[in-house]
Design a protein around this ligand. Structure first.
Ligand code: ZN
Length: 275
């Protein structure tokens, strides 16, 4: 067993020993759409989050057999990230129907692959058009339901700092209304509204959070940094999700395995030593 593998596992393990009866913290890694990157970086993590990218030929373009084999060899579970350029809701009913059909096809593939969760960005064509919000709620409910049918938990992710992303509180309210689990991206929340935004969402909607995306960020615009390199107060996670039994995906944009493992260790320590 390589040293790095033991390192991460020991940290995760000491976490559950310290908090008797507490579920193990599941630490994973986002790997984009590259099986080679997955192979090179995911050793020692509990799971990977594989991105379906944007190509129209997805998922046919993915060598699922190799993907499954590599995950089995590394002993990692798999989650997926659905395409993010396609909005969830538009003002056009025919387009909305097609969006659900598209996501349904991908979720069926994800279910066959054995994926547990699928991340969906909370986007609409025009976030300031409030009349689109009920449409988004219906679309989200339909996509979550399609996921359930194929045994995949659809988790909806906050991207309120992006042009088409719904604001944090709007997403929280709609996810509550349609009973949709959330992928809370701590870095995105910070980019949208600073540490106050992180805290406000966790205070209001922590019950919905099933999956976390963790990376550091700085108010001047740097994002997906290793934890510790930015300005996010990660103790807020332990404060509000103290007994978190969901999954945590490290989403740092580097292939440097030491940096990835350092972030994983820091995240494990945050939950190990709640503020
Ligand atoms: Zn994310």
């Amino acid at each position: 067993m390589p040293d790095g593998e033991r390192f991460v596992r020991v940290v995760a393990c000491s976490y559950c020993m310290d908090l008797d009866g507490h579920p193990d913290l599941k630490l994973g890694l986002t790997v984009g759409d590259s099986i080679a990157r997955l192979e090179a970086t995911a050793t020692g993590f509990d799971f990977v989050e594989f991105g379906l990218s944007e190509a129209a030929e997805i998922p046919e373009a993915i060598d699922d057999e190799r993907l499954r084999t590599v995950c089995d060899e590394l002993d990692v579970e798999i989650d997926v990230h659905l395409p993010f350029k396609q909005d969830v809701a538009t003002p056009v009913p025919e387009i909305n129907e097609a969006i659900v059909a598209h996501q349904r096809r991908l979720l069926s593939w994800a279910g066959d692959l054995g994926a547990r969760k699928a991340v969906l960005h909370a986007t609409v064509r025009n976030p300031s058009d409030t009349s689109l919000r009920p449409t988004f709620a219906t679309q989200l409910a339909d996509i979550v339901e399609a996921g359930r049918e194929f045994g995949v938990e659809v988790v909806v992710e906050n991207v309120g700092h992006q042009k088409h992303g719904l604001p944090l509180s709007v997403l929280g309210d709609i996810a509550t209304e349609v009973d949709a689990p959330v992928c809370f991206d701590v870095g995105h929340a910070y980019m949208e509204d600073g540490n106050d935004g992180v805290e406000r969402f966790l205070r209001g909607y922590s019950e919905l959070v099933s999956h976390l995306h963790v990376h550091d960020a700085r108010s001047r615009g740097d994002t997906h940094l290793p934890v510790g390199a930015g300005e996010i107060e990660f103790d807020l996670l332990a404060e509000h999700l103290g007994s978190f039994d969901g999954t945590v995906a490290i989403e740092v944009f580097t292939d440097d395995v030491d940096l990835l493992r350092d972030t994983a260790t820091r995240v494990a320590n945050v939950f190990d030593e709640p503020a």
